[in-house]
Design a protein around this ligand. Structure first.
Ligand SMILES: *Cc1c(COP(=O)(O)O)cnc(C)c1O
Length: 466
């Protein structure tokens, strides 16, 4: 290195004149390229000033590569695909439910062009954007009507406002839950203009508690599924049957906020306990509310199903307009619901159903193959395949672990936290778990088609520059 290190830094014009840099203008625009050259040279100058030896990185060609990388990084979307190696199937921070191919295709087509969103193609007359949802969902559930809004939180607000504003809604104290964020039943009630009438105690609510609270101002009886926690020990909650009988006796609608939206009993995956929407309707709930992107495995949506006159009343509420779904979500939702018409293939088609139903025996060969690839990497310290538990997530089935198989590893060069950070900032980004000095990769939530990319991402994370 020469006496004056700055003398080695080429001028802006020299960098701009390089072929490799000139061609970047076509993609990124000349202004952005010139800006990136300046910033790159400034950052090199700052490093030199700090006394860093930059032997080998001050060649114009080297600088050109770094400028191309800089422009590439700047132009990438901030929202980008992530490989979910956490094992948490409905990971709210990762967009909850990946949707089926046919649903994604329907959303893609809807986004790119025009569609008959509110037009009856037979008559040429205006129709409701809810018609396709009703047509597919009602026969599946055996209900009179259905409507879809932005999410289940919106569905709850809308139902309470349309059916109970200025009146009382009776809810058990044990069901005044916070679902996450700031979605708390008492606050939602406040926003909707309905008055919460809490009955019973945290652990015990009997049907008599509801009956005593019924008065001239009562509009609804409501059951809320406590999705993300459980009460155990000395407990009693009123069954939906009892609530329905009481509602009939007093001519009050019964609303069941089911949350997750299981269309069949998940007990067959070893996950019992979530209300099955069709069962709630059969039991006699007048309306059932559930999410589109939890156990249904579709796009973000809130579904309201049940009695026709109640759904019609809800659709007349002015808030319906504010909460309605857009064309992409509606197209994806209809396509998702159609997959349920074939109970044999639905588990294969809907990603989260497949992930929930996969067995440790099915995961093990994939985990062994990944572990084999990792063992060959320079820089790897320890690799093992081990049995562990995964969770459903997304406020569903909180305490029911799914047996799973993981690949656990550590590296010689980086701490587990550092590897996890490097995996997150790689392309594609990978989200892993970290535990007791090891990085854990749970293949339950990794698509089989991503296994090779995942191995490469680990390689990049453990062998790159410090
Ligand atoms: C998750 C959940 C909601 C909120 O659903 P979003 O679709 O996330 O808005 C409401 N109620 C219950 C019981 C839930 O589990």
């Amino acid at each position: 290195m020469s006496h004056n290190p700055f003398r080695n830094l080429p001028p802006v014009t020299a960098i701009l004149a390089l072929d490799a840099v000139r061609t970047l203008g076509a993609t990124h625009g000349q202004e952005a390229v010139t800006g990136a050259v300046r910033i790159e040279l400034e950052s090199l100058r700052a490093l030199l000033k700090a006394g860093e030896s930059l032997d080998g990185v001050l060649q114009p060609e080297q600088i050109a590569i770094r400028i191309a990388e800089r422009l590439e990084t700047n132009s990438r979307n901030l929202l980008r695909p992530v490989i979910n190696a956490t094992g948490i199937v409905l990971h709210t921070n990762l967009g909850r439910s990946p949707i089926a191919e046919s649903a994604a295709k329907a959303a893609f087509d809807a986004a790119r062009g025009y569609l008959n969103l509110e037009l009856d193609l037979k008559t040429g007359k205006r129709s409701s954007r809810q018609d396709p949802i009703r047509e597919v969902l009602c026969p599946l559930l055996g209900c009179e009507s259905a409507t879809a809004v932005n999410n289940c939180a919106a569905a709850t607000v809308l139902v309470l406002r349309a059916l109970a504003a200025g009146k009382e809604v009776i809810v058990s104290r044990g069901q005044l839950v916070e679902i996450g964020g700031s979605f708390r039943i008492p606050e939602i009630m406040g926003v909707s203009g309905a008055t919460l009438r809490e009955v019973g105690s945290t652990n015990i609510t009997r049907i008599g508690d509801y009956e005593k609270a019924i008065g001239p101002n009562t509009a609804l009886l409501m059951r809320v599924h406590h999705s993300n926690y459980r009460i155990s020990g000395f407990t009693h909650s009123t069954s939906l049957e009892e609530l329905v009988a009481l509602g009939r006796k007093h001519n009050l609608p019964v609303i069941d906020d089911a949350g997750s939206g299981a269309l069949f009993d998940f007990a067959k995956f070893g996950l019992p306990g979530d209300p099955v929407i069709g069962e709630s309707l059969k039991t006699g709930a007048d309306l059932v509310l559930f999410s589109g992107d939890k156990l249904l495995g579709g796009p973000q949506a809130g579904l309201i199903v049940g009695k026709k006159e109640l759904v019609a009343k809800i659709e007349r509420d002015p808030l319906m307009r504010a909460f309605r779904l857009d064309k992409m979500s509606l197209a994806a939702l209809e396509a998702t619901l159609r997959l349920y018409q074939n109970p044999e293939s639905v588990i294969e088609q809907i990603p989260i159903l497949k992930m929930l139903s996969v067995t440790p025996e099915q995961l093990r060969p994939r985990a062994e193959a990944l572990a084999g690839k990792l063992r060959e990497l320079a820089g790897i310290e320890h690799v093992e395949v081990r049995e562990d538990s995964a969770f459903v997530g997304g406020g569903s089935l909180p305490d029911l672990p799914l047996p799973t198989v993981l690949v656990a590893f550590s590296s010689k060069t980086f701490s587990e936290e550092k590897i996890s950070e490097r995996l997150r900032s790689g392309t594609p980004a990978v989200l892993a778990r970290v535990q007791e000095g090891l990085v854990l990769l749970d293949l339950r939530t990794v698509f089989e088609t991503q296994d090779v990319v995942l191995a490469n991402a680990v390689k990049a994370a453990i062998t790159g520059n410090v």
